[in-house]
Design a protein around this ligand. Structure first.
Ligand SMILES: Cc1ncc(COP(=O)(O)O)c(C=O)c1O
Length: 389
């Protein structure tokens, strides 16, 4: 008789995937180990290093022994600086009790979904979507309902959300500027999402990771719209705006009852953000807007260079209005985006992410991340031209 082992994983993890993007990163590393030059457009990391003043703020905090337990929601000077930034940039009037420091945007999003979803609930997710979101929803034993963004924009956002909604829908995940498409929702579209959420009494989880990277149009924080601050949990990160991906620095904004839940989840998962990192965050928030605008212009140059080349070789691509990804149609290479990505990697040594990784609505596309240096983009453009010649 075979003995059944009591050692097994919690069932709620059964449906939770592990990043495909990591597998592509491993393949790139293997090719590089063979001595091949690989054009790395699969990533999503700023091309520049964390600015010196931010690094020195962390060093200074260490030297001054800011190395002890801090308030798990974040030290008061940080929460004050966040309140000031949210009023100035996002048109959000909040108190220091309505912000919480998180370990990257990732922890804010994890905490947000865990705070509001019960097993069996549904969450509306505009698709294509940033892959971890599907896993964060299923990890809460809920179901992501994929709403095709292109259809929604064509037929009306509110009407499409209504179409895909179920009686079990509790949440809308709203990401602008979007990863992977680079799309930026307009103010009118944001108002439609808001009207729908209010009408159905839903919570919105707003992901504003790329708030500083809008080239065309404006960034509208959903929580700033009338009636939305009390039903929105907004997640922000320092990763993209300040080149701080490895610091794991972010924050979430919400009113009660959400903040009590976010605090519990942060307390029992990490007990807050590393104390010296919080001082680096304070320094980052002092970055002049002119500097943030200068970074944005650098990204715009990269976008224009890459998008022109993609269209030139027949990979049709609208200039993305925000973030740092281009998401062209790649059916010219292969209808299956996994195959297309593999061909491009093996034949042209260009690493991209297959669109299907971002939901069925991403199929037929490839994601090219252009947060790299201009020479790296030029080398990729050269490789693309050669491949299609
Ligand atoms: C849409 C979106 N949200 C959130 C994040 C979270 O970033 P982090 O955990 O580095 O703050 C990312 C990172 O790629 C992202 O693309």
């Amino acid at each position: 008789m075979t003995k059944v082992s009591g050692i097994r994983l919690a069932k709620r993890l059964d449906e939770v995937g592990f990043s495909d993007i990591v597998q592509i990163r491993n393949k790139v590393m293997a090719l590089r180990a063979e001595g091949l030059e690989v054009h790395a457009l699969h990533g999503g990391e700023p091309y520049f290093e964390t600015p010196e003043d931010i690094k020195y703020a962390a060093i200074q905090a260490l030297v001054e022994n800011q190395t002890h337990y801090a308030a798990s929601s974040g030290v008061l000077p940080l929460r004050k600086a966040l309140v000031e930034k949210l009023a100035r940039k996002n048109n959000l009037q909040v108190t220091t009790d309505e912000v919480i420091a998180t370990v990257g945007g990732s922890q804010g999003l994890y905490a947000a979904f865990q705070s509001v979803l019960d097993p069996g609930d549904d969450a509306l997710v505009f698709s294509p979507y940033w892959t971890p979101i599907g896993d964060l929803v299923t990890g809460a034993q809920a179901r992501p309902l994929l709403v095709p963004t292109a259809t929604a924009r064509r037929n009306g956002i509110r009407k499409t959300l209504e179409q895909f909604s179920t009686p079990k829908t509790r949440v809308v995940y709203y990401n602008t500027p979007q990863n992977p498409s680079g799309l930026v929702f307009t103010r009118a579209e944001a108002e439609e999402v808001a009207a729908f959420a209010i009408e159905r009494d839903l919570v919105v989880i707003a992901d504003e990771a790329y708030e500083d990277l809008v080239y065309d149009g404006e960034h509208v924080s959903l929580a700033s719209l009338p009636g939305m601050s009390e039903r929105t949990i907004t997640s922000y990160t320092f990763s993209k705006s300040y080149a701080m991906t490895g610091w794991r620095a972010g924050y979430a904004v919400a009113k009660e009852p959400f903040m009590t839940a976010l605090r519990k989840i942060v307390l029992y998962s990490t007990n807050g953000v590393s104390t010296p990192v919080q001082y680096a965050m304070i320094q980052a928030l002092k970055t002049p807007e002119s500097q943030i605008a200068a970074y944005r212009e650098e990204y715009r140059k990269r976008r224009d260079l890459l998008v022109a080349a993609l269209n030139e070789v027949g990979l049709e691509c609208e200039p993305p209005a925000g973030a740092f990804y281009a998401f062209p149609n790649a059916e010219k290479i292969n209808k299956n985006s996994r195959t297309a990505s593999q061909i491009l990697l093996e034949k042209a040594h260009i690493a991209t992410i297959p669109g299907s990784v971002f939901g069925a609505q991403g199929e037929g596309h490839l994601r090219f991340g252009y947060a790299i240096t201009i020479p790296e983009i030029e080398a990729c453009v050269e490789a693309l031209r050669k491949f299609f010649a």
